[in-house]
Design a protein around this ligand. Structure first.
Ligand code: ATP
Ligand code: MG
Length: 573
């Protein structure tokens, strides 16, 4: 179905984004007095120095109902104390610190404090079990871990003796088991200022592991210079303005929660809301309403969960503070964009990026008309293209053709390597492009449309079928909450399309509904592309960052090895 373009009124504020491009973005940052660059300095210290110390930086909402507000000055002081703790224990610049904790205030202070001290930060999901934690810390060469006592006892203590390089374990709170240091008293004993280490733009700052959607997670290296892109893309793609109330729902255990849940918002001097709890419809609507959230950055999974509950669940709420909604992480079905308009009075703005790009590359910005279902256009400073590969030869494709989404390297938050995998890193570049592994199409107006991951493409009777198109058609049906589509082998067609769907409340699985769904899909997509088979599921396997794991559906379907499941959400393993 073709959705009408959503046109944007001229800006109420009467202001555009101002000068763009990396030199202008760089000029908006302060830099260190001695000429270096440090993410934490840009995120907090320079705002305090400019007399904004009293502004709330972080509104923390505890799982059990606590609400704590930290000003920029308080956050800067906590970060400084943390940096001193690292130094007092002999931890120096370039060493790697891992985070294994839920969304608690100490996590934010530790992140900023470590970066101030030149120590590399690598966040993990708190829900990881012992083995994924160990494996990542091993790859990363961890010398410090910040965690809680419960996580430590269950996930780290059993193997700690095998990792002699792990010199310091800091336990959030007032006490600590043997061999660990309690963070509360350690920080309380330290001064509230710390002279930021004179890090240089190319010094490693962050180590992020990918979501593991397509295979074993990769350790992606980012440097201090990434802050130029974090700050600028937050401004351009998320419309962040100083003083805004902003909520990014992503966990800092994956890249969105760090780039846009810590760094970009603080660099743009917004007040960020952090919720410790997991998704809960009522709670989320309550947060948007009570905290008067203005800018909201979330993910298609969450949006589809809200849609599943129905628009009625949102009725009577006051969402009048909202100004800008954005989504990332998975393809955003056109249906979700429209739903935003119906329920919040605003469309969701899709944007695309990946751990490797460190920041948003393609986006629907505030001033752009939205074509529902499209990811938007490359941001200023980003050149994107669609290419096909034939051996070593790369051919750029014209508008309307499907190919691999490629980017011209050179933006500040581009990864500087896959840790320990130089060949793999080298293979991501060809013909002057960085190859993303995603398939897309660019239309005549310059909008990019996601087709699927290269691994997920289905080849059926000479057609190339992107799962996203089929999934989007399926969720247009009133009964369908979510859909995942894979190719299964077929003697005549090579592959045929098989769909897995979950249903909205009030619908029951059954033959009649399957027939109806297949008819709906055929009418929308034509018989060559419509799923041959549709099965009903209570839930779909997804990563902890909320991405549907089609590779797992396919492996289970074909009886193949399931591969790495460390990032699989819930108990489905
Ligand atoms: P792995 O690389 O380990 O398989 P992953 O690619 O899921 O995992 P991330 O870097 O967290 O790890 O996710 C980036 C990927 O998510 C993108 O390459 C793309 O496939 C998908 N993605 C992100 N945003 C969008 C979007 N707006 N539309 C479509 N897909 C998106
Ligand atoms: Mg990837």
């Amino acid at each position: 179905m073709v959705y009408a373009r959503i046109t944007k009124p001229a800006r109420a504020r009467g202001e555009g984004p101002g000068p763009t491009g990396w030199p202008a973005a760089r000029a908006r940052l302060a830099g260190l007095p001695g000429g270096g660059l440090n993410i934490a300095h840009e995120a907090v210290d320079r705002h305090v120095a400019a007399d904004h110390g009293a502004q709330p930086a972080l509104i923390w909402l505890g799982r059990e109902g606590a609400r704590q507000v930290f000003s920029y000055a308080e956050l800067a002081a906590e970060a400084a104390r943390f940096a001193h703790v690292l130094r007092a224990h002999g931890i120096g610049p370039g060493e790697r610190m891992f985070l294994l904790a839920g969304r608690v205030p100490a996590l934010y202070a530790a992140t900023l404090g470590a970066i101030k001290a030149g120590v590399v930060v690598s966040p993990l999901f708190a829900a990881f079990g012992p083995e994924p934690v160990r494996a990542r810390m091993d790859i990363g060469g961890a010398s410090v871990l910040v965690t809680t006592e419960a996580h430590y006892r269950r996930k780290v203590a059993p193997w700690r003796a095998t990792m002699p390089g792990l010199k310091l374990v800091l336990i959030i709170g007032e006490g600590a088991p043997d061999g660990c240091v309690a963070l509360g008293p350690a920080m309380a004993a330290m001064p509230a200022t710390f002279e930021t280490v004179a890090t240089r733009p190319e010094d490693m700052a962050l180590l992020h592991f990918t979501s593991g959607t397509t295979g074993l997670p990769k350790g992606v290296v980012h440097v201090q210079d990434a802050v130029v892109a974090h700050a600028e893309t937050g401004r351009l793609a998320l419309d962040l303005h100083p003083g805004d109330i902003y909520w990014c729902t992503a966990d800092p255990g994956w890249v969105t929660g760090m780039s846009y849940g810590v760094i970009a918002p603080l660099c743009n001097r917004v007040t960020m809301v952090v919720d410790e709890a997991e998704f809960d419809l009522d709670r989320w609507y309550g947060i948007l309403e009570r905290e008067r959230v203005q800018v909201w950055y979330t993910a298609p999974t969450a949006i589809r969960m809200m849609m599943r509950a129905g628009a009625d669940a949102a009725r009577g709420r006051d969402f009048s503070a909202l100004r800008f909604l954005a989504s990332v992480g998975e393809p955003l079905n056109a249906e979700c964009v429209i739903w935003g308009q119906q329920v919040f009075g605003l469309p969701f703005h899709d944007n695309w990026w990946q751990t490797e790009t460190g920041g948003i590359m393609i986006a629907n910005t505030p001033d752009m008309d939205i074509k529902p279902g499209a990811m938007g256009k490359p941001l200023p400073g980003i050149e994107a293209g669609i290419v096909t590969r034939d051996g070593a030869v790369l051919t750029e494709q014209p508008a309307g053709q499907i190919g691999e989404l490629a980017l011209r390297p050179g933006w500040p938050s581009m990864m500087r390597g896959y840790l320990g995998q130089p060949e793999r890193y080298a293979k991501s570049f060809a013909g002057g492009w960085y190859l993303t592994g995603d398939l897309a199409m660019c239309d005549a107006d310059g909008y990019f449309w996601f087709v699927g991951r290269a691994d997920d493409l289905i080849k059926s009777a000479g057609h190339l079928i992107g799962p996203f198109e089929v999934e989007s058609a399926l969720i247009e049906h009133p009964a369908v909450a979510e859909a995942a589509v894979i190719g299964v082998p077929d003697e005549t067609a090579g592959e045929v399309v098989k769909a897995f769907v979950t249903l909205k409340a009030g619908y029951e699985p059954g033959e009649a509904l399957e027939r109806d769904l297949r008819g709906h899909a055929r009418a929308r997509l034509g018989p060559a592309v419509a799923p041959r088979e549709i099965v009903f599921r209570d839930s779909l396997p997804r990563t902890r960052s909320g991405k549907i794991m089609r590779r797992l559906l396919r492996a289970r379907e074909l009886g193949l090895p399931e591969g790495d499941l460390s990032t699989l959400e819930g108990d489905a393993r």
